[in-house]
Design a protein around this ligand. Structure first.
Ligand code: CA
Length: 491
């Protein structure tokens, strides 16, 4: 090799190195924090006064606060499925609320938010509540190598609460194994046992499904928030040198609501308020870590919830997790009608704050966005083209997140999955009639005849104007049907 070609080679190498650096520095870290069952009115920056959320309020002041952001569904599992895959969960049977024995419901190999970001060079991690099933077949065997799971659908690291705090197994799973499991005391689950039956109690708290064995591996309920926050911060620290994606799905504020002693009786809204303040502390710890590691400026931090707020019921099958008697009039879903599970706005309209200093414009946004949009948005953010079959319901809402001036909305309609499927378009909200005999009695069941609301002047959905606007009911019913039939809704 002569001097000329050596010089050319050196220059080419240097160019590649510079290009790689430029590409990396253009890729912000992404942290998506998904609260559980936190409602539209639960944070100070969304109007709460009996619950204090100083960290979230500070985040809102430094970022962009959305007033029309939605979880894809009004309950846990379908929201998480849609967030991960960019596909409405109602398209896929078997994506309802899962037991702790369910197999993984996302097929390995399909494009997911973590697999897409991994493709772009990100290190990907999930810390917290999973609730998307584990293993190839049901019932999940928790005693050996548990897979497929998050590591098979795009995550490099996983620290999981497998289902929910009120469902067995009450153990941690790190990557493929239960943490601290004694092989001489294997785990067996019996989901024929109902919550409240004597055998359903684990550590004094009634759960759904009985857990036999795994005694040494049991979690401590009042330490869940501390532990998950510690794991989330450790992931950030470990990966501070390269772009990372962290999906931090908190247990707060799902039932059983068992705050650490230092948060007990600190709010004016009972134990439910206390765990919101515990959640706010977790956000503060993540923000502190980003400041300490000088990562705040290069991190897109999104904090939101997986469905609307809900109060607990009194009874032998529940610990005190916050009821209408104890919450002291705190409006968990603000002015919205309905709660978790409902097709009204209180079911899926959730708080959402996005912060990326210098990139996300500060302020408030009324743009319609949904967690199902994270896949297409992550693709746009990392300069990737989403394959035609991937994320069939995921719209790129990056311009709305950043606060760019928009000629038209990023998404012009949205299907809200409550006890029935509702549709949003412009100011209109359609709730079609529920099929006769379907839905749980007394729990957010859909209406007998179609309802139409104009949210521009009736955000609380109090005046059904279906009779005054039959043409809009017809048009929206047809759109909902077409979204169904086409199998996709994104451009
Ligand atoms: Ca939830």
């Amino acid at each position: 090799m002569n001097l000329k070609s050596i010089t050319a080679l050196a220059l080419a190498t240097l160019f590649c190195a510079v290009a790689a650096f430029a590409a990396d520095s253009a890729k912000p870290n992404i942290i998506f924090i998904l609260a559980d069952d936190i409602g539209y009115g639960d944070w100070g920056c969304y109007g709460a006064t009996k619950v204090k959320t100083p960290n979230l309020d500070r985040l809102a002041a430094q970022g962009r606060r959305f007033t029309d952001a939605h979880s894809p569904a009004a309950v846990c599992t379908p929201t998480r499925y849609a967030f991960m895959t960019g596909e409405y969960a109602w398209r896929k049977p078997g994506t309802g609320i899962l037991p702790g024995t369910a197999a993984l419901i996302i097929e390995p190999g399909r494009v997911t938010v973590p697999s897409l970001l991994k493709q772009a060079g990100y290190t990907t991690g999930v810390v917290g509540k999973w609730h998307l099933g584990l293993g190839a077949t049901s019932p999940t065997d928790y005693n050996g190598e548990i897979k497929p799971g998050p590591l098979e659908i795009g995550f490099d690291y996983a620290w999981l609460l497998p289902a929910t705090g009120d469902r067995t197994p009450c153990v941690w799973v790190e990557n493929h194994r239960v943490v601290g499991l004694d092989p001489a005391d294997p785990i067996k689950l019996d989901y024929t046992v109902q919550r409240g039956q004597p055998e359903s109690f684990v550590k004094g708290i009634p759960r759904i499904g009985k857990q036999i064995g795994g005694k040494a591996a049991l979690w401590q309920d009042d330490e869940i928030a501390d532990l998950l926050t510690k794991k989330a911060v450790a992931f950030i620290e470990k990966n501070k040198e390269k772009p990372f994606f962290l999906y931090f799905a908190t247990h707060d504020i799902h039932v059983p609501r068992v705050p650490h002693a230092r948060f007990r009786s600190t709010s004016q809204a009972g134990v439910r308020g206390d765990v919101i303040q515990e959640f706010d502390w977790s956000i503060g710890e993540v923000m502190k870590a980003l400041d300490r590691l000088k990562l705040a400026d290069n991190t897109l931090l999104i904090v939101t919830s997986d469905n609307g707020g809900v109060l607990d019921t009194n009874g032998p099958d529940h610990v005190n997790s916050g009821t209408v008697e104890t919450n002291n009039g705190h409006p968990q879903n603000g002015v919205l009608r309905g709660t978790k599970g409902s097709p009204y706005e209180g079911g899926t309209r959730v708080p959402l704050i996005a912060r990326w200093p210098g990139h996300v414009q500060t302020g408030t946004s009324g743009e319609l966005i949904c967690h199902v949009d994270m896949l297409a948005t992550a693709a746009a953010l990392t300069g990737q083209k989403l394959a035609a079959a991937a994320g069939p319901d995921s719209f790129n809402v990056l311009p709305a997140l950043l606060g760019e001036k928009l000629d038209k909305p990023c998404r012009d309609h949205l299907v809200e999955q409550g006890s029935v499927l509702a549709l949003r378009k412009g100011p209109w909200k359609l709730i079609p009639a529920a099929p006769a005999g379907k839905g749980k009695k007394g729990k957010g069941r859909g209406p007998k005849s179609a309802e139409l609301y104009n949210l521009a002047d009736d955000l609380s959905e109090t005046k059904n104007v279906a009779d005054q606007h039959p043409e809009i009911v017809k048009e929206m019913t047809a759109l909902l049907q077409s979204v169904h039939e086409k199998g996709r809704s994104r451009p």
